[in-house]
Design a protein around this ligand. Structure first.
Ligand code: GUN
Ligand code: ZN
Length: 435
């Protein structure tokens, strides 16, 4: 196949590494008049338009997006696709919310047709919000994950997903067994893991809904398949933490339960992590495990305020998660805005570059994908978004007052949403307009 080189002229923003404090301008590039050059599905290079314009090969197509901002596609590190239809469900906290809204909704995913139809809507919702990769929970039904992988693969999307493992403390209609969850997860891994851009995450829902036998089975899968991920919830809600202590009286804490079954390792992503001790954060660091912070969910479900200061002190790999449907928006911009506000309440000032790091390169690190996505290093996969701030009048007005790149980035994360996503590119291909 003839190679197809495309060049996109716009303001180009991407991050090279985790910022070392607020004024670490070397951590990122912000080319006001920049150029992103792609070769079929990969990034060739990014830089200043004036420096690069003479290097473009003959036959290269130039796409003029002057006045717009191009950045890497954003990454959602924790989201439940089956919960798309229970977003904005009123009045409950975690345990009651699961029982009242979540479990009945998840029952419908025993049906392949329902799973496919929801998967299509979900993926389109991600893409139109500028999210090009996500780590996703299905339901207990293998068919739900099958449908999601099929639909993600239609877009050649990078997606990490897994079947929920859940064999107790849930309605009978939503339970598997230790053995069936092992068998079905293994079957899905064999079929989907590394198929095109898809990868698998072993997904015990949380320790409360798994027997010790099932947690053991999850550990066996992690040992057997040495590059699948581990994805679960941890220390989100005080009632949940109390129930964990009762359910696992031998444990020294919530993380200790997962650790006991070999589930804390450099491939683990733990959503929430609000109620952890220093010992637990220390263990996470030692094991090189990751956290996914889900601010819109934590506020909506009244779960609590995460302590980013502590997570940063322990230098734990961190990403942001929408946690839809506990979370209230698919937009990673809105997720960044709420993360900022949670941090304000905890006396921590979250910088805009750090926020975008958690939604791009930092998130890619939590998923073990930083060698292939997360920024515009040459050779990385060409997942990117084109933002037109003019599509939101207030944002346009605020940005016209901005003096520095950080001010523009901050305005985007506080005022931005899906209205400003002009185009989304996955693997070098523009996604057709979505309704
Ligand atoms: N903990 C266990 N299951 C869930 C879930 O579906 N959503 C959230 N936010 N927390 C959970
Ligand atoms: Zn969740």
């Amino acid at each position: 196949m003839a190679t197809k080189i495309n060049a996109y002229r716009a303001t180009i923003f991407h991050i090279h590494r985790e910022p070392l404090g607020e004024n670490d301008h070397r951590a990122y590039d912000f080319f006001e008049d920049g150029l992103l050059v792609t070769d079929h599905a990969h990034v060739l290079y990014a830089g200043d338009y004036s420096e690069l314009k003479h290097t473009l090969p003959l036959g290269c197509t130039i796409h003029d997006r002057t006045g717009m901002i191009i950045m890497p596609g954003l990454i959602d590190t924790h989201v439940h696709y089956p919960q798309t239809d229970i977003i904005a469900s009123h009045g409950k906290q975690l345990m009651d919310w699961l029982e009242t809204y979540t479990f009945p909704c998840e029952k419908q995913f025993e049906d392949a047709g329902h799973s496919r139809q929801t998967a299509v809507f979900f993926i389109q919702e991600l893409l139109k919000n500028g999210t090009t990769t996500a780590m996703v929970l299905g339901t207990v039904h293998a068919v739900s994950v099958q449908a999601l992988f099929e639909k993600a693969d239609d877009y050649t999307m990078r997606l990490v997903a897994g079947k929920v493992m859940m064999d107790r403390l849930a309605p009978h209609y939503l339970r598997d067994t230790a053995q069936s969850s092992y068998d079905e997860s293994k079957h899905l891994i064999e079929h989907w893991h590394h198929k095109n851009r898809l990868t698998y995450a072993v997904t015990p829902r949380f320790a409360l809904t798994s027997s010790e036998e099932q947690l053991d089975a999850a550990g066996a899968l992690i040992r057997e398949f040495n590059d699948v991920r581990l994805h679960t919830h941890l220390a989100e809600n005080t009632k949940e933490v109390d129930l964990i202590a009762k359910a696992f009286p031998w444990s020294t804490g919530y993380l200790d339960v997962y650790n006991h079954f070999g589930l804390v390792c450099d491939r683990s992503v733990f959503a929430h992590c609000i109620y952890l001790s220093d010992t637990e954060f220390k263990l996470m660091k030692e094991k090189a495990a990751s956290v996914s912070l889900c601010p819109t969910s934590n506020l909506f479900l009244g779960s609590g305020l995460f302590d980013l200061g502590k997570i940063m002190t322990y230098e734990i790999k961190t990403g942001l998660g929408s946690d839809v449907g506990g979370g209230t928006s698919f937009s990673m911009f809105k997720t960044m805005a709420e993360a900022y506000k949670v941090c304000q309440l905890k006396g921590v000032t979250l910088s805009p570059v750090q926020s975008f790091y958690y939604a791009s390169l930092g998130a890619a690190k939590t998923l073990g994908l930083d060698q292939v996505i997360g920024n515009f290093e040459p050779g990385k996969e060409a997942d990117f978004i084109v933002i037109n701030p003019d599509q939101i009048p207030l944002l346009k007005r605020r940005i016209s007052m901005a003096q520095r790149p950080e001010e523009i980035l901050f305005a985007l994360m506080i005022l931005g949403d899906d209205r400003m996503i002009y185009e989304t590119y996955v693997n070098g291909v523009k996604i057709p307009p979505l309704t």
